[in-house]
Write a protein that binds this ligand. Structure first.
Ligand SMILES: [Cu+2]
Length: 203
């Protein structure tokens, strides 16, 4: 009986040591942590395509290296495109019909009308949400969300999101959704840890 207890104690010690050594799976670079969370809403259809982001992270942040919003089957794809301030977004027309790209928001622009295979570009110099419209097809709508830093994520159909590689610190985490509001929250990220955040969307 005593032997069994000793063996169990030994196993427990090794198991605990293993947890300490391995840390939290999915943690990124040494010194950084991550945020893994989910969005809740009164209807499942609102869970997807929310942009979750850190309001401000110190330092300078390079523009997003590759940012595309295509026009395919008379739909802007993706529906929501978060980018870092200063990013040039490429709007490629993949359809056989002509498309226009314009936005009435912030610093409004009209990139003109392009035939198949041509790309319109716009550089987003100011933070904000820019509705993307096509003046030929009223059903076409999408959003470019211009943010201060690259620590953002777009929620999946189940409302989950993950922001990897976040420097240690305490941040204000915010959310943008086409039809719902969400309150800012405070999140503390520790080295090698995945901070857990739940954000409730409401009317
Ligand atoms: Cu169009």
């Amino acid at each position: 009986m005593e032997d069994i207890m000793l063996e169990r104690k030994g196993f427990l010690t090794y198991a605990l040591l293993g947890i300490v050594l391995l840390g939290v799976p999915g943690a990124a670079l040494a010194g950084n942590g991550s945020i893994a969370g989910k969005v809740t809403a009164e209807k499942e259809k609102y869970l997807e395509n929310a942009v979750v982001y850190l309001e401000e992270v110190s330092g300078t942040h390079a523009p997003t290296s590759s940012a595309h919003m295509d026009q395919v089957g008379q739909v802007f794809t993706p529906f929501v495109l978060p980018v870092v301030k200063g990013t040039t977004v490429q709007f490629l027309n993949n359809d056989n019909t002509e498309h226009n790209v314009n936005s009435p928001d912030g610093e409004p622009y009209d990139l003109g009308t392009k035939p198949k295979g041509e790309t319109a570009t716009h550089t987003f110099a100011t933070l904000g949400v820019y509705t993307q419209l096509c003046n030929i097809h009223p059903s076409m709508i999408a959003y470019v969300v211009v943010l201060q830093n690259p620590h953002f994520a777009v929620t999946g159909a189940d409302g989950t999101f993950r922001i990897a590689d976040v420097p240690e610190g305490t941040y204000t985490i915010k959310i943008w959704h086409e039809r719902r509001e969400g309150d800012p929250a405070s999140v503390t990220v520790a080295s090698g840890q995945a901070a857990d955040v739940t954000i409730a969307l409401h009317k």
